[in-house]
Every structure is written in structure tokens, then in C-alpha cells.
Design a protein around this ligand. Structure first.
Ligand SMILES: Nc1ncnc2c1ncn2[C@@H]1O[C@H](COP(=O)(O)OP(=O)(O)O)[C@@H](O)[C@H]1O
Ligand SMILES: [Mg+2]
Length: 258
């Protein structure tokens, strides 16, 4: 009984802290995919950089606790600075980034080692001091299980971007993610990645048509894209696929405008 009361109090304090931390963010956008490896992080990073390029204040939350790839894909080497309000996210390419991988583990919260992945995600969401942002882009945990649900529940997401390739399995799993988001009454848009001869194209439009949601745009499979990711040099800051990401960002703005 006593523990329950403590637990409820702690939960409420955490929920309030989280609400306070996110209160100066205009739009919170979750980037999801059914599967890993389809380019969720690539799209999240480049969408964030493109929105920053367009003059917005942008944050990028790496909520993929198992594979926190944001820092590597943006070539961020420093760890978090801390102040009384929590972690100060480092800024790169005009984007403030927060990730598990930016925490000095020896001084990090002990809960980090705990078995509950959603505690780790909650801590990262609570402790990052974003200040004012136009957009917070969230690189979501893959799939539709507990970790993704935690983020959907606790952050008041404004829209969901689902990334898919045109392969059948990716489309099946992306459809599942999109349906989960629609189940939370969130606007959804579809991005097709790795389009071309190897994995095919048109899958993104197919899903968008079937679910009656907007198709936001596509990115071709290319060596240039792969090289940018590998070098930690986001495509749009290196003049690769700038137009495509501009189209995706503009279409997302239209989705948000309703
Ligand atoms: N359009 C693309 N063309 C070529 N390589 C890509 C493209 N998009 C992503 N990649 C590569 O595919 C790999 C997986 O992408 P990533 O964004 O990490 O996927 P996820 O976050 O969904 O697991 C990365 O190593 C990246 O270099
Ligand atoms: Mg990823």
C-alpha cells in the first residue's frame, strides 16, 4: 500500500516534469517504422536538418534505446553537459540532439541499468532540457510494442511519419505502425525510402492509398546516401537529396496545418 502511494506520487512527479520539459515545443513528430534497417534514423536526422535549414528551432530525440544511432549519424562526439534542469542537448547542423549514447555512463542515472526499457526512455524524455522548439523529431523504437507505446503515450505526439521500403515485409510492418498511430488518433504520413530497382518503388503510395493518409515523399536508394550516413554527414547538409527532403518537410507542414 505504502509502496503504491510512493509509486503513484513518483509517477505523477515524473509526468509533470515531462510535461514541463515539453511545454515549449510547438510540434512533436514521431518517426516510426515497422522494421529496423529501413532508414528510420536516416529520415529522422535529415528531416530534422531540413527543418532547421528552413529556419526552425529543431530538436531530435533518439528514443531507439536498443540502437541509439543518432549521434553517430550526426557525428556528435561530445557527451551531455548537465545543469540543474537536466541534460543540455548538444547542437549540430542547427539541431539539438538527445540520445542515450550522449550520457557518461559512470555518472548516469542508475535506472539506466535497470531492466525496464520504458524507464530509460522516460528518463531521457524527462531530463533533456529542450527549451523552446518549433519541432521535436523523435526517432522511435522500431515496431509497435512496449517501447514505442511508452513514447506515444507520454509525449503528446502531433503527427507520425512512417518510413517504409517497397519490400513486402517492410510494407506489412509499416502498415501495422501506421495503424497503431491512427489508433491513437494521430495524423500519419508515409515516406518511402530506398526506392529504386533493388527494393522496388511505389510501396509508400500503396500504403498511403490503402489507409487514406498522405504520401509525403520518397528517397532513392543510393551510394551517396549510404556514404553520408556512414560519414556522419547528413545528406541534406551535404547537398544530397535536398529537394526530396524539402518536399517531405513541406508535406509534413501541410499535414500539421490540417
Ligand atoms: N536511401 C538510402 N540509400 C542508401 N542507403 C541508405 C538509405 N537510407 C538508409 N541507408 C542506409 O541503411 C542503413 C540503415 O538505415 P537506418 O536509418 O539506420 O535504419 P533504421 O533506423 O530504420 O534501422 C544505414 O546504414 C544507412 O546508411
Ligand atoms: Mg535507427
Amino acid at each position: 500500500m505504502h509502496e503504491d502511494t510512493q509509486g503513484a506520487g513518483l509517477f505523477q512527479r515524473r509526468a509533470e516534469r515531462l510535461k514541463g520539459n515539453l511545454s515549449k515545443i510547438r510540434y512533436k513528430i514521431a518517426v516510426m517504422s515497422g522494421k529496423g534497417g529501413v532508414g528510420k534514423t536516416t529520415v529522422a536526422v535529415n528531416l530534422a536538418c531540413m527543418l532547421a535549414k528552413k529556419g526552425n528551432a529543431v530538436g531530435l530525440l533518439d528514443a531507439d534505446i536498443d540502437c541509439p544511432n543518432v549521434a553517430q549519424m550526426m557525428n556528435i562526439e561530445e557527451k551531455f553537459e548537465k545543469d540543474d534542469n537536466g541534460f543540455i542537448p548538444p547542437e549540430k547542423y542547427g539541431v539539438k540532439a538527445s540520445s542515450m549514447s550522449l550520457i557518461e555512463m559512470e555518472s548516469g542515472p542508475t535506472m539506466w541499468r535497470g531492466p525496464l526499457i520504458h524507464s530509460a526512455i522516460m528518463q531521457l524524455m524527462e531530463l533533456t532540457n529542450w527549451d523552446s522548439l518549433d519541432y521535436l523529431i523523435i526517432d522511435m523504437p522500431p515496431g509497435t510494442s512496449d517501447a514505442a507505446l511508452t513514447v506515444m503515450q507520454f509525449i503528446g505526439i502531433d503527427a507520425v511519419v512512417v518510413v517504409t521500403t517497397s519490400q513486402e515485409l517492410s510494407m506489412t510492418d509499416a502498415t501495422k505502425s501506421a495503424k497503431m498511430a491512427l489508433g491513437f488518433y494521430k495524423p500519419v504520413g508515409i515516406v518511402e525510402n530506398m526506392s529504386g530497382e533493388v527494393f522496388g518503388s511505389g510501396g509508400g503510395e500503396t500504403i498511403a492509398g490503402e489507409l487514406s493518409v498522405p504520401f509525403l515523399g520518397r528517397i532513392e536508394l543510393s551510394k551517396q546516401m549510404r556514404d553520408c550516413c556512414d560519414r556522419g554527414a547528413p545528406a541534406v547538409v551535404n547537398n544530397v537529396n535536398v529537394k526530396n527532403f524539402e518536399v517531405i518537410a513541406n508535406n509534413l507542414e501541410k499535414v500539421l496545418a490540417g
